[in-house]
Design a protein around this ligand. Structure first.
Ligand SMILES: Nc1ncnc2c1ncn2[C@@H]1O[C@H](COP(=O)(O)OP(=O)(O)OP(=O)(O)O)[C@@H](O)[C@H]1O
Length: 510
């Protein structure tokens, strides 16, 4: 006879959805699902959670107490999502410890240990059960990642070190990650560290910073003679500690420090396209965006408004929008998908795939440097099939490789980590003010992509030559570069990140 919900001891009332134990066939393993710990305690491997049935008095006390007070009748059952399980250890004397990230609010998790003395220490079943628990907790993600942690002590409000110590390191340590922590001491320090990094010693470089340090790390790796190998071998991650934390939003799905640390612990190695930008005689790598026009100017020319916090961007944007500022340029583009319908199709084809559980790229040779440029540099003649088109009324030229540019701006909803394309948005600067304002609102409510005034394409490369302006702003990954022509081209899967799905950004797509 089937149990009712009320009778079912494997149902934790605090968790929505089914946590019924998966059958051995479902999970594809021969390991028993339920480990009888003692007469009063059992641990069951459910579909997506560990189910703890503990009928001892005062079990699960921490779940029910608030400021030392306890209320309500306690359920003997609790579920712990596999995603939150950090580690499990079975000691020789029969102690079983499970460490997990316990949610203490919507935005905060804290490492917590539950431990039990097994009635039958040393049993092969208990060992196999513990191993199966860890396997389900990590899926395709690497256990005990070896992480070089780089903290920018001046990132954001200057609190990155405290945030790391309080919210991130405890999660990383509970997950048994090997940590080597270093603070950056000057601008460009992360470039130097990445240039000299022993890539055999680490799996991940995690930047407790804004987007500036990941940009430096990628460029440091790019400067090495073994650039291709280093960029593939080392996954670059962000633990949010700056004022712009786009990387964490896109890959960890959050800017909460402890949730981001948990996402990094559980992150899947994911190939990430990177963009070569050539300007003058320089070649740099960009992972986030390149902008000319209103976005670049708003980002870079409003430093004096920092006191406004995130409102600085909206204010600066509105001022320029209302003035109908234009930023004329000549632009040539190598387009891959020209229409929104085609873009949507590509996006949906990728989004319908299951999570990507392993990184199947072959490791490049030890002497493989950066890929050669398919379309030359800004100093070369324009490729034959490209045409420079005058954009005399350009308002915004914005090329992105990630979806979220800031917490309220999923500016490139069709972006994909390794489709080999940059998403390019061009908007005229002289459209009616009401429409332009509507465009700004549409970014925050996710209707931007379909606006008729938004020219959205997926492109492989482009050249942009600003004109009729003495000076202005060009932003590459949020950093100002000289106001000079530049050319960009994308390299499919050149870099590596850690993400939740292995192939998508954590953003609403198209
Ligand atoms: N110790 C340091 N002193 C001064 N600058 C540093 C130091 N460490 C790193 N930096 C520089 O700080 C810059 C910004 O870093 P980051 O992105 O981490 O912070 P942020 O708060 O998001 O910054 P911003 O909003 O100014 O871009 C980087 O260019 C980096 O080179």
């Amino acid at each position: 006879m089937a149990l009712t919900v009320a009778e079912n001891p494997f149902r934790d009332p605090s968790v929505a959805g089914s946590v019924a134990p998966a059958s051995a066939e479902q999970s594809g393993s021969a390991v028993m699902e339920t480990l009888s710990v003692t007469r009063d305690v059992s641990l069951t491997l459910g579909t997506d959670s560990l189910v703890v049935l503990d009928e001892r008095p005062h079990a699960h006390e921490e779940d029910k107490s608030f400021c030392g007070l306890r209320f309500g009748k306690q359920s003997p059952t609790r579920s712990i999502r596999y995603h939150n399980i950090l580690w499990a250890e079975l000691l020789d004397d029969g102690e079983l410890f499970i460490q997990y990230a316990r949610p203490i609010s919507k935005q905060v998790v804290r490492p917590t240990i539950i431990g039990y003395k097994l009635d039958k220490p040393g049993s092969a079943e208990a060992k196999a059960w513990k191993e199966e628990l860890v396997k389900r907790a990590y899926g395709g993600s690497q256990l005990r990642k070896r992480i070089k942690v780089l903290i920018n002590p001046f990132g954001g409000q200057g609190t990155a070190v405290n945030i790391y110590n309080k919210h991130m390191e405890p999660i990383l340590r509970a997950a048994q990650c090997e940590l080597d922590v270093e603070q950056t001491t000057h601008n460009g320090h992360a470039v130097e560290i990445a240039e000299k990094l022993d890539i055999e010693k680490y799996d991940v470089v995690a930047c407790v910073s804004g987007d500036g340090i990941p940009h430096e790390v990628w460029n440091g790796l790019a400067n090495r003679p073994d650039a291709a190998r280093a960029l593939e071998k080392i996954a670059v991650a962000q633990l949010p500690g700056g004022s712009g934390n786009a990387m964490s939003l896109n890959f960890n799905g959050t800017v909460s420090p402890s949730l981001a640390a948990l996402a990094v612990v559980k992150g899947l190695r994911t190939p990430q396209d990177l963009v070569s930008v050539t300007q003058g005689d320089r070649r740099i790598l960009s992972f986030l965006s390149q902008s000319v026009g209103i976005v670049a100017e708003t980002d870079l020319a409003t430093e004096h408004l920092r006191w406004m916090g995130s409102a600085r961007f909206t204010y600066g944007f509105l001022v320029r929008l209302l003035k109908k500022t234009v930023y004329p340029a000549d632009i040539a583009v190598k387009v891959e998908y020209a229409t929104k319908d085609a873009i949507r199709k590509v996006y949906r084809a990728e989004a319908s795939k299951p999570p990507r559980n392993h990184d199947d790229r072959p490791l490049p040779a030890a002497d493989a440097g950066l890929p050669t440029l398919q379309y030359g540099t800004i100093n070369d003649p324009l490729p034959e099939d490209w045409a420079l088109v005058p954009h005399d009324h350009l308002g915004n030229f914005y090329a992105g490789k990630l979806a979220w540019m800031s917490p309220d701006a999923n500016f490139f909803p069709a972006a994909l980590p390794s489709d080999g394309c940059m998403d390019l948005v061009r908007i005229r600067g002289d459209i009616p003010r009401r429409k332009a304002l509507g465009g700004l609102l549409a970014v925050s409510n996710n209707t931007f992509f379909d606006l008729p005034d938004v020219d959205y394409q997926k492109v492989l490369a482009y050249r942009i030559i600003p004109k009729n302006q003495k000076d202005g702003y060009i932003s590459i990954d949020g950093e100002r570069v000289p106001f000079e022509p530049f050319q960009a081209e994308v390299h499919r899967g050149l870099g590596t990140v850690l993400s939740k799905s292995g192939h998508l950004y954590e953003a609403v797509g198209v």
